[in-house]
Design a protein around this ligand. Structure first.
Ligand SMILES: *Cc1c(COP(=O)(O)O)cnc(C)c1O
Length: 420
């Protein structure tokens, strides 16, 4: 067996770095986006309130995902904030969230003075486990926020049934899951159900690392005209501009998207179906390359995964072993992250030390709420089982071979040889 690069051996990959979201080679920004920016600059109208690009983006995105309405906004976090504000919780009401996500999923709950209640996740996908959610729905629950982690659809139909039975809103955080198709609905070409349209509101991000990007930006979709206009108003200081009147109907902020961002987003949107299908093909190749390794579970895929990243679940390692596994892959030339997060969201200082509103601790009722062990499955993924590999639409066949070879080399050295 050849020596690991982390121990001084020759790395699997000696060529240029893999294309990534941090480099031009791993993005789809080109002449169309340049032209879009110039088109807006030359028009003299840079604001989404009066320009044409924002409304066009809203129409095109709604059509692409099959929703009635879309509202552009300034980030994925803003998108979740629009959704949570539309729930209109009373202070102290509860919103159920997953512990394995970006803080953008949870910060808007605090902003609306609601309490984030963390439900544990599925042991392979890392997305909300409906059985754990069921245990937490109570008289103060107002909404559930589900994240389709890494681009794999969560158990969204089941969660929608539960939300309807409880009379609470279901918010889908689709920042990592553009165009992921909910299983069992793909055959009917006219009614492809993609994530964001099963819950009451779907939220998307255009941040640098997502499938498509404008640097920052966000979108929400819904079929409900009342939710749509309330979210639009929350992004615009509560101002109901469609009524032609200057009024501020409720507490709200300015989360508007500019015309420059909208114009770039429209061009990125045209590329999204290709980005998704190429990532799916690449992930399929990776799954074939790593199959047969013992104690390793590749991402399960029923046609419902769009591979924001390529997550592997590895058994048999301790915390140190998992870090070393990821570091060894990185040394072979395949940047890998152990656990995705350093700790579950509830263990972050903002929640654990209640760094929210002055010294009040509001809206979190006591630090005891977020102890270690709160979500043991999420903790096992973060500390002992999850390794996140890159996936990119611009990978070549050689790139995929390198990733497959690096995983086999590291896995056989640190976990064990293949079965069979
Ligand atoms: C990126 C991300 C967000 C936040 O989006 P921003 O545009 O960075 O504010 C929220 N939720 C998830 C799941 C994300 O991946």
């Amino acid at each position: 067996m050849s020596e690991l690069a982390i121990d001084g051996g020759t790395p699997v990959r000696t060529g240029p770095p893999l294309p990534s979201a941090m480099s031009r080679a791993g993005r789809t920004i080109g002449a169309a986006e340049e032209e879009a920016v110039l088109r807006v600059l030359r028009s003299g109208m840079l604001s989404g309130v009066w320009g044409d690009e924002g409304p066009a983006l809203a129409r095109e995105f709604a059509e692409l995902v099959g929703a009635r309405y879309a509202v552009p906004c300034s980030s994925g976090t803003a998108a979740v904030h629009l959704a949570v504000a539309a729930v209109d919780p009373d202070p102290g009401d509860e919103i159920i969230v997953p512990p394995l996500s970006d803080m953008g999923t949870v910060a808007p709950v605090l902003a609306q003075n609601a309490v984030p209640v963390f439900a544990d996740v599925d042991g392979v996908t890392g997305s909300l486990d409906p059985a754990r959610v069921a245990e937490l729905i109570g008289p103060r629950t107002r909404a559930i926020i589900v994240v389709h982690l890494f681009g794999k659809t969560a158990e969204i139909s089941r969660l929608r049934e539960m939300a309807d039975a409880a009379g609470v809103m279901l918010i889908e955080d689709c920042a990592q899951a553009y165009l992921a198709e909910v299983p069992g609905t793909a055959d009917d070409a006219d009614h492809r159900n993609v994530v964001g349209t099963i819950g009451h509101v779907g939220c998307f991000s255009l941040q640098q690392h997502k499938h498509i990007t404008t640097g920052d930006g966000g979108l929400v979709v819904t079929d409900d005209p009342d939710l749509a206009s309330r979210m639009k108003r929350f992004a615009d200081k509560g101002w109901p501009r469609e009524d032609g009147e200057r009024a501020y109907l409720n507490y709200a902020l300015n989360y508007r998207m500019t015309e420059l961002v909208s114009a770039v987003a429209r061009e990125q949107l045209r590329k999204l179906p290709t980005v998704v299908s190429r990532r799916r093909a690449h992930a399929d190749a990776l799954t074939r390359l790593v199959s047969g390794l013992c104690q390793l579970t590749p991402p399960p895929d029923m046609g419902d995964h769009v591979y924001w990243y390529y997550p592997l679940v590895v058994e048999g390692l301790d915390e140190h072993g998992l870090s070393r596994y990821a570091a060894a892959l990185t040394a072979e030339g395949v940047p890998a992250v152990s656990g995705y997060l350093a700790r579950p969201l509830y263990a972050e200082p903002v929640l654990r030390e209640q760094r929210t509103y002055g010294g009040s601790g509001f809206p979190i009722r006591g630090a005891a709420q977020y102890p270690d062990g709160l979500c043991p499955v999420a903790e096992s993924l973060i500390h002992r089982r999850l390794v996140v590999l890159p996936c990119n639409e611009n990978f070549t066949a050689d790139d995929l071979d390198d990733i497959g070879s690096a995983v086999r080399k590291v896995h056989e050295a640190l976990v064990g040889r293949s079965t069979g």
